[in-house]
Design a protein around this ligand. Sequence first.
Ligand SMILES: Cc1ncc(COP(=O)(O)O)c(C=O)c1O
Length: 399
Amino acid sequence: MQPADRIADLKPYYFAQVGRQIQQMRSQGLDVVRMDIGAPDMPPPEFVIKAMIAAAQRPDRHSYQPYGGTPAYRRAWAAYYQRRFGVQLDPQTQVVGLIGSKEGIFHLTQALINPGDVVLVPDPGYSAYAPAARIAGGHVVYMPLRAENGFLPDLDAIPHDIRRRAKILWLNYPNNPTGATITYEALERAVAFAREHHILLAYDAAYVDVVLDPDAPPPPSVLQVPGALEVAVEFNSLSKRANMAGWRLGVAVGHAEALRYLFLYKSQVDSSHFGPLMDAAEVALNDPRMDAWIAARNAVYRKRRDRILTLLTELGLTAYPAQAGMYIWAKLPPGVESLAFTQALLQHHHISWAPGRIFGPHGEGYVRISLGVPDDALDRALARLRAAHTLPGLPAREV
Ligand SMILES: Cc1ncc(COP(=O)(O)O)c(C=O)c1O
């Protein structure tokens, strides 16, 4: 069978591939510690689970639900944006519920991009933006994120003919994979750039509530910038805020016309969520107990981050201390290729880190280490690495 041309060049999704490899190793009895994927390992709050169970026991909550989420789910996101960011949203026109933000990223791109349109994608960046653009026939132009620039793109370096052809500009902070955060002033510049060049600013805020340094300013929403509602769509989700990744509860907020096209496309594809999930989401968004729960969860990630950073220093690797998000981005020594390194780490030490290359060409030479690893598994991984005389491509050490 011949696949459609639009998927003929797609590469297998890395995490699906490495997941199969790890499953095979585990079936042989090997203790593989998975630190590659950004999946929260801890459960959601008990009171959110209870709200879901209570709703599931109601006979009237099992039918199809309104496309793009129940009115109450949309209102709950609007209330969260008001409280967390001081941003006022109309739940009818400026909020669309998503089955996880990943599908919204894909659908928005399909709804807006014609063959040949340019999509500006951070490099390295979350691995959903570029394939979505290519499936739509769009032309991906990478914006390098360099350490010396705080892993922010240099918008001034984008050539004028590219600006003219660009229809979507992706930004994501707190950033996957680098752990970088963005300032409000940089967001203002991005909004001004999008306005000047008539580009939709698509802002991915999936990690906005995963704050590792409580004393740092809380990560902003792009919609806090005055006028952003006219140029930006923001993606958000309960996956990382409330450890609810498998529940698939996301949202797109902002620019009403863009959201209308997203909704038009999306409502041909799915038939909304299971009602009780959305009922519980209202609790995960706005229940007053959430702030303390999030602070305690973030403290666990912070401790893991610090333990991993200490180990990386001992190993002689340069790492960027993330202030937010779920990842540590570490630089490999010159000449060490990221996929070869992570594969060797997996084979010899049964530890899986993500090769930087999968996040874009400028990810080469780096690895991404996830904080979503249970503490006992982290203990084993750190002990194994400390005991190793050599790591692939690194000079031998005294142990
Ligand atoms: C930057 C970023 N955006 C979006 C997502 C998708 O999250 P979800 O579809 O679970 O909302 C992820 C998942 O890891 C991510 O890293």
